[in-house]
Write a protein that binds this ligand. Sequence first.
Ligand code: ZN
Length: 155
Amino acid sequence: MAIRNIVKRGDPILTKVCKPVESFDQKLAELLDDLKDTLHKAEGLGLAAPQVGILKRVCIVEYEGEQFELVNPVLLKQKGKCVDNEGCLSVEGFRGWVERPKEIEVGYYDRHGKYHTIRAEGYFARVFLHEMDHLDGILFCDKMLRKVTASDYEK
Ligand code: ZN
């Protein structure tokens, strides 16, 4: 296990469409373990393989103490819309307001090649969608309505 460097915005790696995982091997397990270590050090909610320079459809989400390893994730269903504030370990200096589906269902494989589905809503859904966007070369700032500013929180 190892902590990898997080690629920052401006690096063309973050704009590429990632390739599906075809073999559920030791290399995949190592990538998932490294993503976890790197995420813990950075204290984020999720991390995608392209953020450590690997163009594979792999990401992890950690939300309220639960951990999800997503290999080849696909958005199966979506419902509603909501706007909330998000940031990214690859985007320094600002957060943005982003509109996303409110409720989703995602299908994905785990490190052993077993298929799962999960339903999520609200901010939990948002973390999945943010990480899955990375696999298509999309950053939150590509689709944000505007940057979050201090005055958003003043009354
Ligand atoms: Zn991100």
